[in-house]
Design a protein around this ligand. Structure first.
Ligand code: GLN
Length: 289
């Protein structure tokens, strides 16, 4: 098959897919190794059957709503590259708002080597970004899922980031022992950041097709979506220094509920930040001790 014929076939397959043109181009480039330049300059080049088969298979998967990011096996977050696949949440632009807010606020606090914990780390996009962008930082990434964990460790390595991984359930208080010395004294932490699972039962029942392919463990935050905000705030605040920062990504309309949780657990100077669409996506506060 010629390049032009394959391109046309892919366009046709993805004609009803939102952003199908872009997705088709990514598939041709990444899966077929056919750059845009080559397609424009050498449309009559003959392609090997196996390449065409791989590209068409990928386009067919995309056509039924399988996420482009899983097909490509990688995605960009904050200018860094992350390996992704089934079993790990795809890094989203929404979460870049969380990373940006956290970076700004941690730098403003001015600790020489800020100690940061990222809970429910998934692909590690937040932990790695913070480690890369905050000089001297000491970052810990906590993740429970055995499927997500290899992506986390891989992404730390491929980005050459200084992040220590901890495998475990954030609702298990014994995990905090990782931050205590032999006498039980705490190594104080400057910031805890998290994009926990936060979708409600109702939202889980009406997921977009693409999101249905993503792991439920990374999405579902209990009936009201707030389960992990309660656990993290109540349990993990013990590690924060006085004035330490706790900062969350939140779901739609969770601003006031999460603010209440923070205030009830002894946090002040509550702040929020919007994502690129203008929706409030970040809530945080400082531990008053
Ligand atoms: N932002 C994701 C979504 O809207 C949810 C991820 C999460 O629960 N942290 O699908």
């Amino acid at each position: 098959m010629k390049i032009s014929e394959l391109s046309e076939k892919v366009s046709l397959l993805l004609s009803d897919t939102e952003d199908g043109g872009f997705d088709g181009m990514c598939i041709l480039e990444d899966i077929g190794g056919i750059t845009r330049e080559r397609a424009a300059l050498h449309p009559d080049d003959e392609l090997h059957d196996s390449i065409c088969a791989r590209v068409i298979e990928a386009a067919n998967k995309r056509k039924i709503g399988y996420p482009l990011q899983y097909i490509l096996g990688q995605w960009e977050f904050y200018g860094l590259r992350f390996r992704v696949g089934e079993g790990v949440l795809i890094p989203r632009p929404d979460t870049e708002a969380l990373a940006e807010e956290a970076i700004g606020r941690i730098k403003k606090r001015g600790a020489d080597s800020p100690r940061i914990i990222d809970l429910c780390s998934g692909s590690g996009c937040i932990a790695v970004t913070l480690a890369k962008l905050i000089e001297g930082s000491e970052v810990f990434a906590v993740e429970l899922s055995g499927e997500a964990f290899p992506y986390l460790t891989d992404n730390i390595r491929s980005n050459d980031a200084r992040v220590t991984v901890i495998r475990g359930d954030i609702s298990d208080g014994r995990l905090l022992d990782n931050f205590r010395d032999e006498d039980g004294e705490i190594f104080p932490v400057d910031c805890i950041v998290s994009n926990p699972p936060y979708l409600t039962s109702e939202e889980m029942a009406e997921l977009q097709t693409e999101v249905e392919f993503e792991p439920e463990i990374a999405l579902f935050g209990g009936n009201d979506g707030l389960k992990f905000y309660r656990i993290i705030t109540c349990l993990w605040k013990e590690l924060l220094t006085e004035g330490g920062l706790l900062i969350f990504e939140i779901g739609n309309d969770q601003e006031s509920a999460v603010t209440d949780i923070l205030i009830n657990e002894g946090f002040g100077d509550i702040f929020t930040a919007p994502d690129a669409t203008g929706a409030i996506r970040v809530v945080g506060g400082y531990y008053l001790g």
